[in-house]
Design a protein around this ligand. Structure first.
Ligand SMILES: [Zn+2]
Length: 260
């Protein structure tokens, strides 16, 4: 790598480790960023971690930053947060969530609204729009010419075009489960919408997140799975149909993707 490029990227590749669901460990410019922590199996273990967990709270490296897209149990696990090192900075989408995280002992908790940015050490984090039944932000973490877009579990939003135009995204993490609820309707992108998003975001690499959620109660299992039918295989096919330049990387829990 020429020395200029290495300076821009901090000299280190981006690494993304799939911990499970929307919980991803991003390594950017040597900083360790955790997204949407979900480690517990709440409701007495009824809601199953879909594909197993790639790492326990105790296995986590020292974190620099935790990004919380919204306060749903599978994105903001307060019990897990209470067991983490409180030295990490935290970014939350609303004051209520931020206050609850602050109460756990975290000293640096910031609320960012869409299009607001802050520096955390050497990286810039920008909150971006999200659409979900509760207040949700999606985020970009950037350093030099490297950036990671994290889509939480947003619905399809018209802002994807503007986000793709404004930022030079290296890798996009996009939810694909297509969760559709009786009263609320569609609350999370499905593989077709996520593929549209990948095209508009102009990211050369896309990683599907947030799929295969399940329940441990057999009678409810089928119902639950029908409510969230999107799979990474469908996402691969939909992206391929639109733009073969975009590489989709599907990770197993614990598996790591690394940029060049
Ligand atoms: Zn949610």
């Amino acid at each position: 790598m020429p020395s200029g490029a290495s300076e821009l990227s901090g000299g280190s590749p981006i690494r993304i480790t799939d911990i499970g669901h929307s919980t991803m460990l991003i390594e950017l410019a040597g900083m360790k960023i955790l997204t949407d922590p979900w480690f517990a199996e709440p409701f007495f273990g009824v809601v199953a971690h879909p594909r197993g967990i790639g790492m326990t709270v105790e296995d986590l490296p020292a974190l620099d930053l935790i990004l919380v897209s919204h306060d749903h149990f599978d994105h903001c696990d307060f019990k897990a947060l209470s067991r983490m090192d409180k030295a990490a900075s935290v970014i939350a989408p609303d004051t209520k969530t931020a206050a609850r995280i602050q109460k756990l002992g975290f000293g640096d908790v910031t609320v960012l609204r869409p299009w607001e940015s802050r520096f955390v050490s050497k990286i810039t984090v920008t909150a971006l729009p999200g659409d979900h039944p509760v207040t949700e932000c999606t985020y970009i973490a950037a350093f030099g010419d490297q950036s990671v877009y994290f889509g939480g579990d947003t619905k399809y939003i018209k802002d994807f075009r503007e986000i793709g135009d404004r930022f030079d995204i290296t890798v996009a993490l996009l939810p694909v489960s297509g969760v559709t609820l009786p009263m609320a309707g569609r609350v999370v992108m499905d593989p077709v919408e996520a593929a549209e998003a990948a095209v508009l975001l102009k990211a050369p690499v896309a990683i599907p997140i947030h799929y295969n959620m399940s329940l441990r109660i057999p009678v409810l299992k089928g119902l639950f799975e029908r409510a969230a039918p999107g799979t990474p295989e469908q996402f691969v096919a939909e992206v391929d149909r639109r733009n073969r330049q975009i590489k989709v990387v599907t990770l197993k829990p614990g598996e790591t993707w690394q940029s060049k």
